[in-house]
Design a protein around this ligand. Structure first.
Ligand SMILES: [Zn+2]
Length: 350
């Protein structure tokens, strides 16, 4: 071959190679709304939610698109936006997870309920007063919480292969760290969710049956589960405090799940035999008034033991709350407001 022919051959080869890699790259571009991440890129932006007669909402998200192919893991924080350690944990994941070393894609929903975050509100959205984690899969024509839920379902949950919904004790809840093994009725998916929640390593794990109607999944994790995707909910942190220990527990779990799913290099940690809670009960208030806890989070209580009491707004005792069975206090309300129908305490039995 003369020199000219060699040059033509080399040029042709380079063009073909470039074409192939471009095609591969195009196939792995992740686009959500108007946010587009090429392989090896981390890109952030907002999902827009048209509010109808409610104020429009927006959801801050990040796409961490790995340089190599692999599964899609969705991490959701701020469904209850007075729960700060999960929100901080995802900000750290965005900063620390190198897309060049990632196989697959991590989708971060930084603050699902931004309107409530901005107003510093526990449980509820300030415009329709609904709990976002009770209205999934949502409705594009519904009130604002349903519209936010619908956007997360459509843009995030349908795109992922695995999902973790990260919570903690809300602004009023003293809580020990724990996770929910959410069971949606499909034994294969339930078994995969169990392995995933065990790999996360926040124990104890509460066995929690979820509704099996795909039209009324209610919870974030169950929306994924009813689509056949392993998912779970975890809790680390409490009382509106942003503490490093709770953040680190979540980061340790996320890191280990990424290793377990072979999305990053490294040995999967073994956190030992998980403790399972087979039975749990959330006790709700029968009155409006003030709640006075008599015990703390993590305490073990006997059946019938007083857990706390409620008074009216003038100090008259209305009700003493007794433990329904012998077990551990998973969370307990640690600020005064008690509202009829709202949770006071969750007790778990091992
Ligand atoms: Zn929560």
């Amino acid at each position: 071959m003369d020199r000219k022919k060699v040059l033509i051959c080399v040029a042709t080869f380079l063009l073909i190679a470039a074409g192939v890699s471009l095609a591969q790259e195009e196939g792995r571009v992740v686009t959500i709304g108007d946010i587009k991440a090429l392989p090896g890129q981390t890109v952030s932006g907002f999902l827009k939610v048209a509010g109808g007669k409610f104020p429009d909402a927006k959801i801050p998200i990040s796409i961490i698109n790995g340089s190599q192919s692999g599964p899609v893991l969705a991490l959701i924080a701020g469904v209850h936006p007075y729960e700060y350690p999960p929100i901080e944990a995802l900000i750290r994941v965005r900063a620390q997870l190198d897309p060049q070393k990632l196989k697959g894609t991590v989708l971060l929903v930084h603050i699902a309920n931004l309107q409530a975050f901005q107003k510093r509100i526990i449980y509820y959205n300030p415009y329709d007063w609904l709990n976002l984690n009770r209205v999934f899969p949502g409705d594009p024509e519904g009130s604002i919480s349903l519209r936010i839920a619908h956007t997360i379902t459509k843009e995030i949950i349908t795109r992922c292969d695995y999902l973790i919904d990260l919570h903690c004790g809300d602004g009023n809840e003293a809580l020990i760290p724990y996770s929910y093994w959410s069971k949606g009725g499909n034994s294969e998916v339930d078994a995969a969710s169990k392995k995933l929640v065990e790999a996360f390593g926040i124990y104890p794990i509460i066995e929690s049956p979820r509704p099996q109607d795909p039209e009324a999944t209610v919870y974030v994790d169950n929306t994924a589960i009813q689509m056949g995707k392993p998912a779970f909910t975890t809790e680390s942190g409490q009382l509106g405090i942003l503490d490093e220990e709770s953040v680190q527990l979540l980061l340790r779990g996320i890191d280990n799940v990424l290793k377990y799913l072979n999305m990053i290099e490294g040995k999967v940690k073994d956190f030992g035999q998980p403790a399972y809670i087979k039975k749990f009960e959330v006790i709700r208030s029968n009155h409006d008034g003030l709640f006075y806890p008599l015990i703390k989070r993590g305490y073990f209580v006997q059946k019938g033991q007083p857990i706390g009491y409620i008074t009216d707004y003038f100090g008259k005792k209305l009700e003493t709350i007794l433990s329904p069975f012998t077990g551990q206090i998973l969370y307990i309300i640690a600020t005064p407001p008690a509202n009829k129908g709202e949770p006071l305490v969750e007790v778990g039995e091992y």
